[in-house]
Design a protein around this ligand. Structure first.
Ligand SMILES: Nc1nc2c(ncn2[C@@H]2O[C@H](COP(=O)(O)OP(=O)(O)OP(=O)(O)O)[C@@H](O)[C@H]2O)c(=O)[nH]1
Ligand SMILES: [Mg+2]
Length: 299
């Protein structure tokens, strides 16, 4: 795996994704190599052009001599009927280019199932020594936002004409953005969307330094500028150190596993525990929030 053998990398990714026997030993063995890759998360509303943009970014990174791994969560949302990221990157990357590796993950959807797996696969690709790991997540749902937080650099993508989605972005993803991109700049309305996002960022604490770039992933414009911006933020983030990055991933995995554990225990505990607490709430002896605290102690 460390010498770049693709089959070994693929096997390692599967081992960690599915938490097969040996996963823990593998992470331990990789320990010294972990935390080196720059993880870049691309998030944004369905159909904004995330997959197309990631694909263009892969090509630009390769031009700059960086090795790139891509975690593609396909199929893409039914909303856009858009590009399948994994296939696209495979088509773009010259065949035989060992500097690009694509890992497709099974479709998201099952609550809590995918995101921790995606984070573990980051470990595999990081451990394999890729310079950059790119990750596409749809910016809906807390778990996707969590994964975006695992990234060292968060790129939030918008597109003109997304209307309500822009409103949602203002309250949601803009919070986590290091770089904002208005993709589909070849379409009318891009400059209006950009102005709206700049205005929203100006009101955000710490939002002043956040660049709002325009790209056309389809025509290839603005991609070099985007990669340069990612590089600039990435250099700062990598300076934070390997341990800090690994700790962030570990914290995320622990928190998600704990949430899953609680959900399972509640289910396994049967309705009895919940019913008793519900009666206390109905009797006014407990608030639902207080009862939640009690529930945790009874599981
Ligand atoms: N005009 C124009 N269309 C674009 C551009 N980038 C992507 N598209 C198109 O927009 C559609 C959606 O693109 P995707 O890359 O699949 O978007 P996505 O955000 O990954 O979509 P989901 O994964 O489904 O959320 C496709 O038809 C793309 O060809 C662009 O820069 N300009
Ligand atoms: Mg996509």
């Amino acid at each position: 795996m460390r010498s770049g053998e693709r089959r070994a990398i693929a096997e390692a990714a599967t081992l960690l994704e599915a938490l097969r026997p040996g996963a823990r030993e593998l992470v331990t063995a990789l320990g010294d190599y972990l935390g080196q890759a720059l993880v870049v998360g691309f998030t944004g509303p369905p159909g904004a052009g995330k997959s197309t943009l990631v694909n263009a970014v892969v090509a630009e990174l390769r031009r700059r001599g960086q090795t790139v791994a891509v975690i593609a969560v396909d199929p893409s949302s039914p909303v856009s009927g858009g590009a399948i990221l994994g296939d696209r990157v495979r088509m773009t990357a010259a065949s035989g280019d060992n500097g690009v590796f694509v890992r497709s993950l099974a479709s998201r959807g099952s609550l809590g199932g995918l995101s921790p797996a995606a984070v573990r696969v980051i470990d595999a690709l990081d451990g394999a020594g890729f310079d950059v790991v790119l990750l596409e997540t749809v910016g809906t749902g807390q778990s996707e936002i969590d994964v975006a937080e695992i990234a060292d650099v968060r790129v939030v993508i918008a597109a003109p004409g997304l209307g309500d989605d822009i409103q949602a972005m203002k309250s949601g993803h803009l919070e986590i953005a290091d770089i904002v991109v208005v993709n589909k700049a070849d379409l009318p309305g891009a400059s209006i969307t950009r102005a709206q996002l700049e205005a929203a960022l100006a009101m955000r604490v710490g939002g002043h330094g956040i660049p709002v770039l325009t790209t056309s992933a389809l025509q290839g414009s603005g991609i070099a500028e985007l990669v340069t911006a990612v590089d600039r933020v990435g250099k700062e983030r990598l300076a934070a150190g390997v341990v800090a990055r690994r700790r962030r991933r570990a914290r995320y995995l622990i928190a998600r596993a704990a949430a899953d554990l609680v959900a399972r225990r509640i289910k396994e505990g049967g309705p009895a525990v919940l019913d008793a607490l519900a009666d206390e709430v109905l009797a006014g002896a407990q608030t639902p929030e207080g009862a939640a605290g009690m529930l945790l102690t009874r599981l």
